[in-house]
Design a protein around this ligand. Structure first.
Ligand SMILES: [Zn+2]
Length: 177
């Protein structure tokens, strides 16, 4: 059997990847978990157009901390190996051409999609998926700006908050002087 280099993720899965990484936001200093229980997870899966099964939820709970650590540069992508077991693409002839179907073991389809999207992004847009520069924020961003210089998950939230903080510190220094 011979192999050839390919990336197999479709653009929609980039959003799935980012949404998954961002399911543990910190709001008012408290970490929330959008996948914290099965009912919340079913809502999240449905909102992302995914199968709302308990096994898919469990697969994502296993993958998420690993993927978050890899994007933060704290873990090697080798840790993704268990999520690739039994994952593959099969072509199917259709009246128009070929359809590629992703297959994975029970409960691992969504996790496989996220892993493939992570790798496709790594190749197509190196360095553009990263953690928000606000250390109190746990969100991630995909920087699509030309200079690749975006720091915040959102200018409206973290960008303004960090600017306001710097302004506050400067004002404080001036007042003490
Ligand atoms: Zn942020």
């Amino acid at each position: 059997m011979s192999t050839t280099a390919m990336t197999a993720a479709v653009p929609a899965d980039e959003q799935l990847l980012l949404n998954l990484l961002n399911t543990t936001p910190v709001i008012d200093g408290r970490e929330l978990d959008e996948l914290g229980d099965l009912a919340s997870a079913r809502r999240w899966l449905a909102a992302n157009g995914l199968e709302k099964s308990e096994s898919e939820w469990r697969g994502l709970l296993e993958l998420r901390p690993i993927l978050q650590a890899i994007v933060r540069g704290e873990q090697s992508p080798r840790a993704l190996a268990p999520f690739l077991e039994g994952v593959g693409y099969s072509p199917r002839a259709t009246p128009e051409g070929l359809d590629w179907a992703l297959h994975a073991p029970e409960g691992r389809i969504t996790a496989a999609k996220a892993v493939l999207a992570w790798d496709a992004l790594r190749i197509s847009s190196p360095g553009r998926l990263r953690a928000c520069a606000n250390t109190e924020c746990q969100l991630f961003l995909i920087d699509r700006s030309k200079p690749n210089s975006a720091k915040w998950c959102s200018m409206a939230v973290c960008g303004n908050r960090m600017k306001a903080r710097r302004h506050y510190h400067r004002a404080g220094e001036t007042a003490e002087a």
